[in-house]
Ligand binder design. Structure first.
Ligand SMILES: Cc1ncc(C[n+]2csc(CCOP(=O)(O)OP(=O)(O)O)c2C)c(N)n1
Length: 375
C-alpha cells in the first residue's frame, strides 16, 4: 500500500506566509453582514486588480509567455462580491474562471502568476494545466476542468463539515452550461436531502463556449432548478456588487443555521473569449457584447462610489495606477523566478516510490541527459 502525499513543500511555505484571515477585506467587518464604505472601495480595488490582471494575462498568452488563460472580464462584481461574503475557513470550489474570488479571499497575485508560469514558486509544482490554480492555504480548491465535478465535491466537503460540527460553508462556482451536467443534479439532490451547508453560485454569463443560454435549457431561470431539489434559488444582478454580497451572506447564514443550501444565479456577461483557445466573433454578435458592456460592473461600482463621494477622479486614477504597478511587479517577479526543477516531477506521488516510478525516473533522467526532454 502506497501512501499518497497530498501537500507539497511549496504549499507549506505559502500556508506559513498566508495572511488571508487577518489582512484581506474578507475578514474585516464581514461578520456584521454589511458592506461598509471602506469595504466597497476595497472591493473596487480588487475588481480593478482583477480586470488589469486579466487584460495582461490575455496579452501574455498571445505573446507565448504563458500557455493558456481563462478570462473573467465582466464577472468581477459577481466574483468579488461572493468572495467578500465568505469567512476564513469556508471552502471555495471554483470552476476555472475564478481569479477574482481567489484574489478577494487573499491569495497573493504573485502565487497565481507563479502557477500560470509554472515556475518554482508554483504551489502545484507545474503539474496542473495553466490557469488551474488552487491554494490549500486559502481553502481554494484546484480548478476543475471537467464541467460540474467541483459541484459534487463542494457538497461532500460541506457534509463533512456538518458531521464534524465545523461552522463553515462550501461554495461551488460554475457556469450556466454546468447546470446541464450530471454532477450539478446529483450535487443539488444530495445537498437538498442532507441539508448540506453549500452555496451553489452560478455565474450565468450567457454562453457555454459557443452555446447560448437560450439553447442550454428551456427553464426561464437557472435558479429555479433548486426548487425541484427542495431549497431556494435566487436570481441576482451579477453586475451589482452589493446585491451579490447580500445574497451570498444570506445563503451563508441560512446554511450555518442548519436550513440547508441555496442556489444563486448571478446574471453577468462574459466580455472576452471563453478561453485563449476560441474566437467569440465566430459565434456571437458584436452588438450583444456592446450592449453588455454598457452594464460593465467595474464602471458601475466606480460611478456608485463617485456619486456617494467615496471616490473622486484623483483617487480613482491612483487606484488604477497602483493596480497596474502591482500587476507589473508581480509579473516581473514571476518571470524572473526559476522554472520548476524538472527532476521534481515524480516527487510527492508516493511516500516510497513504486518500482515502476523508479524505472520511469531512470528513463526520464536519460532523456534529460540526452537532451530529448528540455527543462
Ligand atoms: C464534462 C465536460 N464536457 C465538456 C467540456 C468542454 N467545456 C469546457 S468549458 C465548457 C463550457 C462551460 O460553460 P459554463 O458552464 O457556462 O461556464 P463558463 O465557461 O461560461 O464560465 C465546455 C462545454 C468539459 N470541460 N467537461
Amino acid at each position: 500500500m502506497y501512501r499518497y502525499i497530498a501537500r507539497t513543500v511549496n504549499e507549506d511555505a505559502l500556508m506559513a506566509k498566508s495572511t488571508a484571515p487577518k489582512s484581506s477585506p474578507t475578514a474585516e467587518g464581514a461578520s456584521e453582514g454589511s458592506l461598509t464604505p471602506e469595504r466597497r472601495v476595497a472591493a473596487y480595488r480588487l475588481m480593478v486588480l482583477a480586470r488589469l490582471t486579466d487584460e495582461r494575462c490575455l496579452v501574455l498568452q498571445r505573446q507565448g509567455r504563458i500557455g493558456f488563460y481563462v478570462p473573467l472580464q465582466g464577472q468581477e462584481a459577481a466574483q468579488v462580491g461572493a468572495g467578500l461574503a465568505l469567512e476564513p475557513g469556508d471552502w471555495a470550489f471554483p470552476a476555472y474562471r475564478e481569479l477574482g474570488v481567489a484574489l478577494t479571499i487573499g491569495v497573493p497575485l504573485g502565487s497565481i502568476l507563479d502557477q500560470l508560469f509554472a515556475n518554482s514558486g508554483d504551489v502545484t509544482k507545474g503539474r496542473q494545466m495553466p490557469n488551474h490554480f488552487g491554494f490549500r492555504s486559502h481553502n481554494f480548491v484546484v480548478a476543475s476542468s471537467p464541467i460540474g465535478t467541483q459541484i459534487t465535491q463542494a457538497v461532500g466537503a460541506a457534509m463533512a463539515a456538518q458531521r464534524r460540527g465545523d461552522a463553515i460553508v462550501s461554495i461551488a462556482f460554475f457556469g450556466d452550461g454546468a447546470t446541464s451536467s450530471n454532477d450539478f443534479h446529483a450535487a443539488l439532490n444530495f445537498a437538498g436531502v442532507f441539508k448540506a451547508p453549500t452555496i451553489f453560485f452560478c455565474q450565468n454569463n450567457g454562453w457555454a463556449i459557443s452555446l447560448p443560454r437560450a439553447k442550454q435549457t428551456q427553464s426561464p431561470t437557472l435558479a429555479e432548478k433548486a426548487l425541484a431539489y427542495g431549497f431556494p434559488g435566487e436570481v441576482v444582478d451579477g453586475n451589482d456588487l452589493t446585491a451579490v454580497y447580500r445574497a451570498v451572506r444570506a445563503a451563508r447564514a441560512r446554511a450555518l443555521s442548519g436550513e440547508g443550501p441555496t442556489m444563486i444565479e448571478a446574471q453577468v456577461y462574459r466580455f472576452g473569449p471563453h478561453s485563449t483557445s476560441d474566437d467569440p466573433r465566430r459565434y456571437r454578435a458584436d452588438a450583444e457584447l456592446e450592449a453588455a458592456k454598457q452594464k460593465d460592473p467595474v464602471v458601475r461600482l466606480q460611478k456608485e462610489l463617485m456619486a456617494e463621494h467615496l471616490l473622486d477622479e484623483t483617487a480613482d486614477r491612483a487606484i488604477w495606477e497602483a493596480a497596474k504597478a502591482e500587476v507589473a511587479a508581480a509579473l516581473t517577479a514571476a518571470e524572473k523566478t526559476a522554472p520548476v526543477d524538472p527532476h521534481s516531477f515524480l516527487d510527492d506521488v508516493f511516500a516510497s516510490p513504486t518500482p515502476r516510478l523508479v524505472d520511469e525516473r531512470v528513463r526520464f533522467e536519460e532523456l534529460l541527459r540526452d537532451g530529448v526532454v528540455k527543462p
